[in-house]
Every structure is written in structure tokens, then in C-alpha cells.
Design a protein around this ligand. Structure first.
Ligand SMILES: Cc1cc2nc3c(=O)[nH]c(=O)nc-3n(C[C@H](O)[C@H](O)[C@H](O)COP(=O)(O)OP(=O)(O)OC[C@H]3O[C@@H](n4cnc5c(N)ncnc54)[C@H](O)[C@@H]3O)c2cc1C
Length: 397
């Protein structure tokens, strides 16, 4: 795309935002209604095809659209349906049939149907391709048995992205298939798992003869790993690739705590400045990564963002907790709650506790470093002795 074309595309999406807002005031209609109109205008994911919530334009324009609409009070689809918006939709659009795109994308975007990600298992987290949940073909349907764990928002989900083992005799990456599963059916049991914040944002999920029609498979049988990579790459950008306004997000929490502190001196000021600069470098790096992305599918730059965002959040929020002194240990209500979002940083204490999970969720910091070492720096690969061996022959706990 030339510069002139790029300017025209940008002007046209801004004009489309203004037209949407002129006819629909987000402050005087329901979130579902407004987001439905945004989807129909092709402003949900601007790089998706027309008719699927997009306009077939470069993904970087979405940042402009979101800023314009949110300044007018529009709801955030990411806050309402983080797994669906950030990970489910890109996977459906890349690997789904026309019927699946037409069925899933609009209610996903409006938040009428919440999605969850059924990848991790008690014996398969970083090594997710080693998973054991079974998928057996039965006529036009598939039958699932097994256990998933750490399933964020499964307690609210209508649909789950399930990766299961359809052929145990193949090596681990080759025997997997990817499905969209109805979480509200009999045979799916969701049990809360409590985190250190006191909340149960995530769950254990048990499948006992749960079913899905073959038409709800995403990708070919045995291609589940390839489809999963689309979800995982988008997950990293979803977690670590945000471009908040300068000085906002967790660094905004730290700055506020510093300004309100009666004891902070030059040492704290120096530390805050270093963190502020780091947060700004991270923000600008994410902007650059987003602008270089020609298509919707992110590459290893998503892992750079994910790695740094986890380390940065933890450093910024540890600094904030220290700044608060004894007050930093006062948490208040510790009742078991099953939240409707993963993005509640209502107090610095809660944000601090929640940030400890940042270096685990969406792939651990060590795994991100492996990806960067191998895919960006060209270092020798991790040791993989089970790569070409049948999954049934790989020792497991
Ligand atoms: C808040 C939160 C939300 C989550 N939500 C979901 C969800 O919605 N759906 C879902 O499917 N999963 C979810 N997860 C699970 C998450 O993806 C896994 O916890 C993560 O991938 C790590 O897996 P594990 O916990 O089994 O740890 P393990 O894989 O057992 O790792 C244990 C330790 O070994 C290290 N390690 C493992 N392999 C290597 C290696 N090759 N090289 C170097 N070090 C290594 C790890 O870095 C870690 O320190 C969530 C996790 C958290 C914390």
C-alpha cells in the first residue's frame, strides 16, 4: 500500500467511525447493541474480511478506531470477552468455514457469547502439544473425555476452543485436532480454582462423553497444532501487545501512588522514572510491531511484547506495593468471587497480586525466551527427544 493509499484508508475508517457514532450514541444504548452496529460497520477487526466484522484493511488501523470509539464512550469488546476477542476470533477467521465465521463472530464481538481456551492440562502446560484429552470420532460427531485446567472465564463461556488428541499413535504435534465445543452441554463440568487474589478467574474443566459435531472442527483432522499456533500467537499479543495512552495502565497506578505518597523521596522518584521510561519503550515497541504487521497473524514480536509486559508489570507493581508501605498489605475482601473480566485492577494491592501470574499465563517467561532465542536470534533449539516418537510411547507422569 502506498502512502497516499494508507492516508486514504485511515481517513476512510475515521469517517466510518464518525458515521457510526453519529447514528449510534454509545452512552444511550446497550453495549450489545452498540457493538453489534460496530461489527456491521466492519470496525470490529478492520483487517478481517467484509461481512465478518472487518473491511480487509491493515490491522494497524484498529488502534485508531478503538481510540476514536472509546473516546466517545464505546464499550471495550476486549474487557467483555477477552479470550474470544483476542484469540477466538482470529482463529475462527483464519481456519473456520464461512458458516462458522457467520455463526460465531458477531455474538463473540458483542459479548453475548463468551469464549474460553481449553488448552492446558494437569500434565501439559508449556508442553501443550503433549496433552491427553481424547477426541474419538462417532459418525458425524466427536466425543471428548479428559481434563483441562486454568481455563479462564470457563464459568461464563458458551464456547470453548478445545485441542484434543484424535490420534495417539502419531507423534505429539501430529495427532491433535481443534474443535469449538458447546460449554453448556451435559458432559462438561466447570469447577472454580481460586487464585491468590481470592478470586476464581479460572477453572478446572472435566469432559465426560461431551460431544461436538464434525462441522464445528477448526482445520483438518490432525492439524490441531497448526490451528493452535494461531491462537497462541494472538494470545501473546492480546496479553502483552496493548498500546494504552502514554503513562496509563500499571505505570499510571505507580505514578498515582507516588504522587499521593507522603514518604516518597528522590530514591523512589529515580526508580519511578526508570520504570516510566521502560513502560514507554514497551508501548512504543508495541506500536512499531503493530505497524509492521501486514496481516492479522502476529509473529515472534508478540513474544517480545508478552515477555517484557510480564516483567514490567511485576516490577512496576512491586514498586507500587513498596511505596504504599504497610497499606500495601491491606487487601480487604477475600471472598471467593467468580469475576466477569480478567482486567479488574481496581486497587493497587489487587493489581500487585494479579501481576504474579503474568509471567505464567499465555506461556511462561522461560518459554518466551526459548521462542526468542530460537526464532529471532537463531540460537540452537531446545532439546526435543519426543518430536518424532508416537505419543503413546512418550513417558508421562
Ligand atoms: C492467570 C492464568 C490464566 C490462564 N488461563 C488459561 C486459559 O484460559 N486456558 C489455558 O489453556 N491455559 C491457561 N493458563 C495456563 C498457562 O498457559 C500455563 O500455566 C502455562 O503455559 C505454564 O504451564 P504449567 O502451569 O503447566 O507449567 P509447566 O509447563 O509445568 O512449567 C513449570 C516451570 O517449568 C518451566 N519450563 C517448562 N518448560 C520449559 C522449557 N522448555 N524451557 C525452560 N523452562 C521450562 C516453566 O517456565 C515453569 O517455570 C493460565 C495460567 C494462568 C496463570
Amino acid at each position: 500500500m502506498t502512502n497516499v493509499d494508507a492516508t486514504t484508508a485511515e481517513e476512510s475508517v475515521i469517517a466510518a467511525c464518525d458515521a457510526l457514532l453519529a447514528d449510534n450514541d454509545p452512552k444511550s444504548m446497550s453495549a450489545v447493541e452498540f457493538l453489534g452496529k460496530q461489527f456491521d460497520a466492519g470496525l470490529a477487526w478492520v483487517h478481517f474480511p467484509e461481512g465478518n466484522g472487518g473491511l480487509g484493511l491493515p490491522p494497524k488501523l484498529q488502534t485508531r478506531i478503538n481510540a476514536r470509539l472509546q473516546a466517545a464512550g464505546a464499550p471495550s469488546p476486549m474487557a467483555r470477552n477477552p479470550i474470544g476477542y483476542g484469540m477466538g476470533a482470529p482463529t475462527v477467521v483464519a481456519h473456520g468455514s464461512d458458516e462458522q465465521k457467520a455463526r460465531y463472530l458477531r455474538p463473540l464481538f458483542t459479548g453475548e457469547e463468551i469464549w474460553c481456551q481449553l488448552f492446558s492440562e494437569p500434565g501439559a502446560g508449556s508442553d501443550v502439544a503433549g496433552l491427553a484429552t481424547k477426541a474419538m470420532r462417532d459418525g458425524d460427531e466427536w466425543v471428548f473425555n479428559g481434563q483441562k485446567v486454568w481455563t479462564t472465564l470457563a464459568h461464563l463461556a458458551k464456547w470453548g476452543m478445545l485441542v484434543a488428541r484424535s490420534d495417539p499413535d502419531q507423534p505429539k504435534h501430529k495427532g491433535l485436532t481443534y474443535f469449538v465445543v458447546d460449554m453448556e452441554q451435559e458432559g462438561v463440568e466447570v469447577r472454580p480454582l481460586r487464585q491468590m487474589t481470592g478470586e476464581a478467574e479460572f477453572n478446572e474443566v472435566y469432559f465426560t462423553d461431551a460431544r461436538t459435531p464434525d462441522s464445528e472442527r477448526l482445520g483438518e483432522v490432525g492439524e490441531g497444532w497448526r490451528v493452535s499456533l494461531t491462537t497462541l500467537m494472538n494470545e501473546r499479543v492480546s496479553i502483552g501487545g496493548a498500546v494504552p495512552p502514554k503513562g496509563s495502565g500499571t505505570i499510571g497506578i505507580a505514578t498515582k501512588a507516588y504522587q499521593e505518597s507522603e514518604t516518597a523521596g528522590p530514591v523512589e522518584r529515580d526508580e519511578l522514572m526508570k520504570l516510566w521510561v521502560r513502560a514507554e519503550v514497551h508501548r512504543l515497541t508495541n506500536i512499531r510491531a503493530g505497524q509492521n504487521r501486514k496481516t492479522g497473524t502476529p509473529g515472534p514480536e508478540g513474544s517480545v511484547g508478552k515477555l517484557e509486559s510480564a516483567l514490567l508489570n511485576q516490577a512496576v507493581l512491586s514498586f507500587t506495593a513498596n511505596l504504599l508501605g504497610p497499606q500495601g498489605m491491606l487487601y480487604g475482601d477475600y471472598d471467593l468471587d467468580q469475576p466477569t473480566t480478567t482486567m479488574d485492577f481496581s486497587t493497587p494491592q489487587k493489581a500487585f497480586l494479579r501481576s504474579r501470574a503474568n509471567s505464567i499465563e499465555g506461556g511462561t517467561t522461560e518459554v518466551m525466551k526459548n521462542i526468542l532465542g530460537e526464532r529471532v536470534l537463531g540460537l540452537p533449539g531446545d532439546v526435543r527427544t519426543d518430536k518424532d516418537v508416537s505419543w503413546t510411547e512418550v513417558p508421562r507422569n
